[in-house]
Design a protein around this ligand. Structure first.
Ligand code: SAM
Length: 338
């Protein structure tokens, strides 16, 4: 009983690091140093596992202005130990001031800047984004068949995403492809996608379907497990496990000619090493995808000395983090920054 109480208090307090005053290290030793920013809730695709229709994507009326977003990022860097940023959404390429955001974050001294995108609008922007300081791009690409691509994403064209990938490679950006694998939808394309990755020098990451948003409580029905993914690939290729970064969401494998990863939300949950914090387009922190609680920090933009208040709010937000496994939630990924 005593230990359970101490554990609970610890979770709520989240001990600051002894080495760096601004680090956010919780009782489980997780150093929360990665920030995912949902720049906008608007998206130009409507993937069936993410939303029920395109009209689900709506710009929130209180979306932060670019300079406000940059000030919040600076605060989170200076006072809460954020070291790496990933821009997402919604669709980050629909955010009007994307280049300004990237260069502003880069000028703060954050050098690890990534973006997760469907890539539909990327081909023409890749060069400017690379020059502004963007380092890596994760493309969401669920099918290499134009019709299946359209069926799963409802909107969008396969060739545009592929052109976006080519442009990023041309301008020296590091590229990964995320494929959400769904039974009966695209699980017959697992090997084809891997072969595309090997030919183009791009690491494919297979995502196990998560029970979020429209799939909350029934995500299992179309789940393709890590084991099934590995079975398909091993039937054709020699597969060897390799090491990954300690806080990586992906388990990595070598195959002749390249690497691939599996993000096994269900089969091998990685909550115990989660180092992520999410910031929504209207300035709310989300500590955990399993928990819909939001902690607003936008009001701190009005304060002269927000350090202590920000640290308290970040600690509150990360106290919602699951210890062990993703439990599903009503959160819609495109609203909270997937
Ligand atoms: N529009 C951008 C894109 O398509 O990459 C960024 C936002 S999207 C919500 C971010 C990621 O969330 C995508 O890789 C998408 O596949 C993933 N995602 C959304 N819903 C999911 C679910 N139920 N299970 C697994 N991944 C999901």
């Amino acid at each position: 009983m005593v230990w359970r109480t101490i554990g609970l208090i610890g979770k709520l307090i989240c001990l600051p690091s002894l080495e760096r005053r601004n680090s956010m290290i919780d009782l489980h030793g997780r150093n929360i140093n990665k920030l995912r920013i949902s720049l906008t809730e608007v998206c130009n695709m409507a993937c069936t596992y993410c939303v029920t229709s395109l009209s689900d994507h709506k710009r929130v009326p209180d979306e932060l202005k670019t300079e406000q977003m940059l000030r919040l990022v600076r605060m989170l860097k200076d006072y809460a130990g954020i070291e790496k940023v990933r821009l997402t959404g919604g669709e980050p390429l629909l955010y009007p001031n994307l280049i300004t955001i990237v260069s502003g974050i880069h000028e703060m001294g954050i050098t690890s800047i990534g973006m997760t995108t469907n890539g539909q609008l990327l081909a023409r922007k890749a060069k400017d984004l690379a020059e502004a300081g963007l380092k890596n791009v994760n493309f969401s690409l669920d099918s290499l068949d134009p019709e299946n691509f359209k069926r799963m994403g409802r909107v969008g064209k396969l060739h545009k995403t592929l052109e976006g990938i080519d442009a990023c490679l041309k301008y020296g950006l590091s590229v990964k492809v995320n494929m959400v694998v769904m039974k009966g939808e695209n699980d017959d394309e697992i090997v084809k996608m891997l072969e595309y990755g090997v030919v183009h020098g791009v690491e494919i990451r297979y995502l196990e379907l998560m029970g979020m948003g429209p799939l909350h409580k029934n995500g299992d029905q179309k789940l393709v497990s890590m084991e099934e993914i590995l079975e398909q690939i091993s039937a054709k290729y020699d597969v060897q496990l390799v090491s990954s970064e300690s806080d990586s969401t992906s388990i990595r494998y070598w195959v002749p000619g390249g690497y691939f990863g599996i993000i096994p939300n269900n089969s091998a949950p990685f909550c115990s090493t989660c180092s992520r914090l999410r910031l929504t387009s209207n300035g709310q922190l989300i500590g955990c995808l399993s928990n819909p609680s939001r902690v607003s920090v936008s009001h701190l933009l009005e304060q002269n000395d927000p350090e202590d208040a920000l640290q308290k709010l970040v600690k509150k937000s990360i106290s919602y983090k699951q210890d062990v496994t993703f439990t599903g939630s009503s959160l819609v990924m495109s609203k909270v920054g997937g």
